[in-house]
Design a protein around this ligand. Sequence first.
Ligand code: UDP
Ligand code: MG
Length: 314
Amino acid sequence: MCGDQVDLSVVIPMYNEEENIRPLFERLFPVLERLVYKSEVVCVNDGSRDGTLSILEDELKRRGCLVVVNLARNFGQHAAVMAGFSKARGKWIITMDADLQNPPEEIPKIVREFEKGHDLVGTIRKGRKDTFFRRFASRITNRLVSRISGINLQDFGCMLRGYSREVVKGILENPEYRTFIPALATFFAKNPVEIMVEHEERAGGESKYSLLRLFSLQLDLMTGFSMWPLRILFFVGTGVAILGLFLATLIIILRLCYGPEWAAQGVFTLFSALFFLVGCQFFALGLLGEYIGRIFQAVRKRPTYILGWVKYSN
Ligand code: UDP
Ligand code: MG
């Protein structure tokens, strides 16, 4: 299947996926063997706390064309994919999840698009098998992110994607802090395409994304690709300031017309206006903090991941 020169690398990030590795390999390797290309599978152990690593080490002895990248601890899915990219040797690189939500049987479809000359193969999940909440949230995000970032993709979330070596090179040379790979890739692509792929339910284990992690991913996507949130802040800020001025003038005029008695009863109005303004200020500060935090991280140039070791099977 593989040799010195590899055509296709399949990069799979794994975090506590002990139940899924074997079923995944049972389906993935036959698919790759049927291809006319030399292929390798690059598994990245993202600091798993279960048997993931020992199963991978065991598989290393049994299978050819397997590369295991072991990260020092848990750095998150996208950092793990970056680590996989840095060790992948193929001229085409496909990423996928370990939980069999992306059927390996769809890989030949992506390869066909590469053959046609596309350098980035995005995917849209057909009949997505996730909870209603996840689907609803990602529908909103996809729209919002397309609008804000000007990147026109229908589905940012599906990780079964194909990248040419040049695109991956571009991504690796721009090691931003907390990058969102599917969106960043479109920046380097010259001839991208999007295709439909099947989507299945998670085979075993649980989703590694809590509500908080999902939210932080959305923030990465939004602030990582545009300055629009900052500009919106400016417009909202201006609007709120004008409104505040207007309210203040109104209250002073009414106070002059109706005397102090009215003003005492108006305390609550004043307070509500104040609360509103304070709320807006906090919103603004939070958003500014978000950007400043990112600048801080970027200036420190901290690596996205720390490599433990890499092992190659024959
Ligand atoms: N993953 C990872 N590191 C993490 C979280 C997830 O490498 O910190 C991997 C995980 O093992 C899986 C993929 O990223 O292969 C997608 O994760 P998951 O299926 O939990 O996400 P969901 O499908 O719920 O979006
Ligand atoms: Mg999943």
